[in-house]
Ligand binder design. Structure first.
Ligand code: HEM
Length: 426
C-alpha cells in the first residue's frame, strides 16, 4: 500500500479506524503510537492524512494559505445513490456556513456576525443558564440517582442554544433526534440501510431549518444570533447570503448544543473519576474555570476536525500533495507531552490547560467558546454545590460512532439524598 505521495503505508496507519469503539473510548490512547512514531500518516480506508501532534495541528489550523476548511462539513462516508436521492427529495443544499468558508469571504462574514458573542452580549444569557441548571437539578435532587445526560445535560444546552439563536423551543425532542442524524450523516460510517434513515432525518432537519428561518424573516426584531444575521443581511446581502442563513440555521443548532452537552458530560465523568480533584473543586469553586479548561483538554467534545491542502505542503517532514484531506485529531494533540507536562494526568491547576485545541485555533476558532465555557462553569458550580457527594454509578460508556463528536450517551450518577447539603443546612 502506498500513500498519494508515494510513501509506503505502515500496518498501523492502514489499521487506523475511527469508527471502531476503541477510538471513541479513549482517543489519545488510541493514537499514542502515532504521536510517538508516525505523527502524520495516511489511512487509505478514509482517504485522509491523520495528524496527531500538538504543534502540527496548531500549525495547520493557523495556515489558511495552505489549508482550507472547505471539507469541514463534508460527509466523511460517501453517501449511496439512494441516500443522495432521499436528500435531494428534500431539496437538501447544505453549503457554506462559517466553519467551512474560505478567506476572505469567511472573515468578512465572521466580523459582521460577531457582536452577539461579545462578553457583554453573553452576560445576558447567564441568568437563564443558572435558572435552568437549578430547575433541572431540583427535579432529581431527591431521587438519589440520575442519568445526567437524559435528565439535564442534553436539554439545558439545547434550550440555551435555541435562546441564543432566537429560535422557539417547540421542536426540542425532534431537534435532538435530527442533530444526532446530522452527526452520523457528516462524521459517521452508516451502513446502507442506516444511510437512508439518516438521510430522511437530515432532509427533515433541512426543511425545518428553512421553515424556522422563514418564520423569523417575518419578524427579525429582538434578540438571537440568527435574527441578528437576518438584519445584517439587509445591509450586506452579498456577505450574509440566503444560502448561508439556511445552512447556518441547521449547522448552528448542532454547533451550539451537542458540543456543550457532550463537553459537560465528559467533564463530570472525568471529575468524578478523579475524586481528589472533585473534592477540591467542591470546596473551592474558584477552581472551576481552570478545571473546565483542563477537562476540555483532557476529554474535549470535538476530538477531530478537517482541512484540505491547497498546495503541496510539508507536515512534520512529510509532503502532503495538493488536494490532500487532513484529519487533525485534537484529542491526541491535547495529550502531547511535548506541549503539556505529564499530559495524561488530570491537573485542574495546570497553568497552560487553556492552550488546548478543543475549540480549534486561528481564524475559525470557535465563536461560541465563551458561551460554552459559561455553561460548563455554571453546570459544575450547581452540581458541585448541591451534589458534592455524588459518585459515578457502575456503568459502561457508549458513544455514537463517528470521527468528531464525543460524549457518553448516558451518564449515571448516584448519591444519598439524606446527605444533600441543602437538607442538612436548608
Ligand atoms: C467552530 C468546538 C460550542 C459556534 C468550532 C470549531 C470547533 C468548535 C472545533 C472549529 C474551529 C476551527 O476550525 O478552528 C466547539 C466546542 C464547543 C463549542 C468543543 C463546546 C464545548 C459552540 C457554541 C456555539 C458555537 C455554544 C454557538 C453558540 C461555533 C461557530 C463556529 C464554531 C459559529 C465557526 C467559527 C468560524 O468558522 O469562524 N467550534 N464549539 N460553538 N463554533 Fe464551536
Amino acid at each position: 500500500l502506498r500513500a498519494p505521495n508515494g510513501c509506503p503505508v505502515s500496518a498501523r496507519a492502514a489499521a487506523f479506524d475511527p469508527f471502531e469503539d476503541a477510538y471513541l473510548q479513549d482517543p489519545p490512547e488510541y493514537l499514542r503510537w502515532a504521536r510517538e512514531q508516525e505523527p502524520v500518516f495516511y489511512n487509505p480506508t478514509l482517504g485522509y492524512w491523520v495528524v496527531s501532534r500538538y504543534d502540527d495541528i496548531k500549525a495547520i489550523f493557523r495556515d489558511h494559505g495552505s489549508f482550507s476548511p472547505s471539507n469541514a462539513l463534508e460527509k466523511i462516508t460517501p453517501p449511496s445513490e439512494a441516500a443522495q436521492q432521499v436528500l435531494a427529495s428534500y431539496g437538501y443544499a447544505m453549503s457554506r456556513t462559517l466553519v467551512n468558508e474560505d478567506e476572505p469571504a469567511h472573515m468578512a462574514r465572521r466580523r459582521l456576525l460577531l457582536e452577539p458573542f461579545t462578553p457583554e452580549a453573553l452576560r445576558h444569557h447567564e441568568p437563564l443558564v443558572r435558572k435552568l441548571a437549578r430547575e433541572y437539578v431540583d427535579r432529581f435532587i431527591d431521587d438519589g440517582r440520575a442519568d445526567l445526560v437524559d435528565q439535564m445535560l442534553w436539554e439545558v444546552p439545547l434550550t440555551i442554544a435555541l435562546h441564543f439563536l432566537g429560535v422557539d423551543e417547540e421542536d426540542m425532542p425532534l431537534l435532538r433526534k435530527y442533530s444526532i442524524a446530522h452527526t452520523v450523516n457528516t462524521w459517521g460510517r452508516p451502513d446502507e440501510h442506516e444511510q437512508l434513515r439518516v438521510a430522511d432525518a437530515v432532509g427533515n432537519f433541512w426543511q425545518l431549518a428553512g421553515n424556522i428561518l422563514e418564520k423569523m424573516r417575518r419578524d427579525p426584531s429582538g434578540t438571537g444570533w440568527m435574527k441578528f444575521g437576518i438584519r445584517m443581511q439587509a445591509e450586506h446581502p452579498d456577505v450574509v447570503t440566503d444560502s448561508y442563513l439556511h445552512s447556518m440555521m441547521m449547522a448552528g443548532i448542532v454547533a451550539a448544543h451537542e458540543t456543550t452537552a457532550n463537553a459537560t458530560a465528559n467533564a463530570v465523568r472525568l471529575l468524578l473519576q478523579h475524586p481528589t480533584a472533585w473534592r477540591e473543586l467542591c470546596e473551592d469553586p474558584s477552581l472551576i474555570p481552570n478545571a473546565v479548561e483542563e477537562c476540555l483538554r483532557f476529554s474535549g467534545s470535538i476530538i477531530a476536525w478537517r482541512r484540505v491542502a491547497l498546495r503541496d505542503v510539508d507536515v512534520a517532514g512529510v509532503t502532503l500533495p495538493a488536494g490532500s484531506r487532513v484529519l487533525m485529531v485534537m484529542a491526541s494533540g491535547n495529550h502531547d507531552g511535548r506541549h503539556f507536562a505529564e499530559a495524561d494526568l488530570l491537573d485542574i491547576h495546570r497553568d497552560n490547560a487553556g492552550d488546548h485545541l478543543s475549540f480549534g485555533y486561528g481564524a475559525h476558532q470557535c465563536m461560541g467558546k465563551n458561551l460554552a465555557r459559561m455553561e460548563l462553569q455554571i453546570f459544575l458550580e450547581e452540581l458541585s454545590r448541591r451534589l458534592p457527594h455524588m459518585t459515578l454509578a457502575p456503568q459502561t460508556f457508549h458513544y455514537l460512532s463517528n470521527t468528531s463528536f464525543r460524549g457518553p450517551e448516558h451518564l449515571l450518577v448516584e448519591w444519598d439524598p439524606a446527605l444533600n447539603p441543602e437538607r442538612r443546612d436548608p
